[in-house]
Design a protein around this ligand. Sequence first.
Ligand code: ADP
Length: 502
Amino acid sequence: MIKKILVANRGEIAIRVMRTCREMGIESVAVFSEADRNSMHVRYADEAYFIGPAASAESYLVVDKIIEVAKHCKADAVHPGYGFLSENAGFADRCEQEGIIFIGPSSFAINTMGDKITARKKMLGAGVPVVPGTSEPIMEIGKAFEVIRQIGLPVMVKASAGGGGKGMRLIHEESEIESGIQAAKSEALAAFGNDAVYIEKYIDSPHHIEFQILADKHGHCIHLFERECSVQRRHQKVVEETPSPIMTPEVRKEMGAYAVAAAKAVNYSSAGTIEFIVDDTLNYYFLEMNTRLQVEHPITERVVGVDLVKEQINIANNLPLRFKQDDLKQNGHAIEVRIYAEDPDNNFMPSPGQVKHITEPLGLGVRHDGYVYEGYTIPMYYDPMISKLIVWAPSRPEAIERMKRALYAYKITGIKTSIPFLSRIMNTPDFVKGGYNTHFIQNNKQYLKPNDTASQRLRDVAAITTFIDYLSKAEPKTTVSNNGSKASNWKAFGRKKSLNRL
Ligand code: ADP
């Protein structure tokens, strides 16, 4: 049984994994770069080791350094979190060669699903619906024209090694084909060292819906229902919720079964996510599989009542899954927002710097997975996400109100954060209605734009008008009291208020 886990990551996800280790009586080991000496994950761990300069290419991404620490501290397993080495098949193999358990799937599953063209082929073979398009890399431009004429414009050109929304181009017209492919190729080469791209039909009014799966090493695989991740900025998720507001029980069952089939096709074990793109009429297509823990996993944990990291560790310990598909149910509604150190009112410019003051939201149904504290300086070298705020409530409308309340209570000074932007999302009619797609942010600019002073003044006037209106409706007109003197409306209002308060 695993007794000590090295968490090969930083920030909120490192702490999140270590929390479960502590609950399971497992020791946790942190690694940290020069820029992370004062990071909370270092303080939280039982042991911590320095692994080099701030640049992740010289620290968190260096396999040899992580392995060296794991061997030195006699960790029997490594948890990679998300990002960094989490989807690096070479790292998973290396751990195995060194006799260290990699808490994640096999390198075969990582490799197959990590290359989108290979994954598409595999899914086609397993009978899982994929977006219409090519299953080979585009080698010559003539072929691209031919394929695009067959599937029809618009199309997406996507990097086979893609991730994080990089190496992707939307093409509306034939005149854009050549430049679009070139742009996607060079972006892919720069980001992933691999310029293979393929073509997919562009799905209109797309919804991003993904299924969480868990699979053990004994051939059992289940899904833990869906997450709706259609609130996106530059193809990156901003808000996630479960259940999806557009899902029906029938489609959920079908998609869940396909998610399990997809995972089984690569002999998957551990936690993983099957992403689908879904149109307005609930036609769905496999998009990709993420062979790791997702940023948004807490909403599933809350609604299904499962600690996904604990299950990952149990699976790594060779234990069979503890539940069957029919044991699992969705209970209530959960929403997660990602808090970034960036200025939403200045084109989302990163805003690293020192946190002067922080008041974290608390109270019924609130979970906050973060890592910053008062006096902490957010380094500029890593992803600017500083925390995730997750709320749960029995119903979606209540969850939205709870999220508004939690965001209202969340105060950080010293740096700019995306909190005001997230509050605006919670107040946007399309979000409240729930049928939104990935164009949500683009389509709701008037609700999401910064509060300028003119609109603030309009809101002030509206608030005063509402108050005066309330007074005139709530109160009797000036009355003559028994002793014949005039009673003030203000006094009466004050009395009524204090009575109401009782
Ligand atoms: P990455 O691995 O870079 O995150 P994905 O394939 O997961 O890329 O796609 C990211 C997002 O891009 C999706 O959630 C969706 O919003 C959009 N997208 C990708 N493919 C398509 C498509 N064929 N049609 C419409 N939107 C798409």
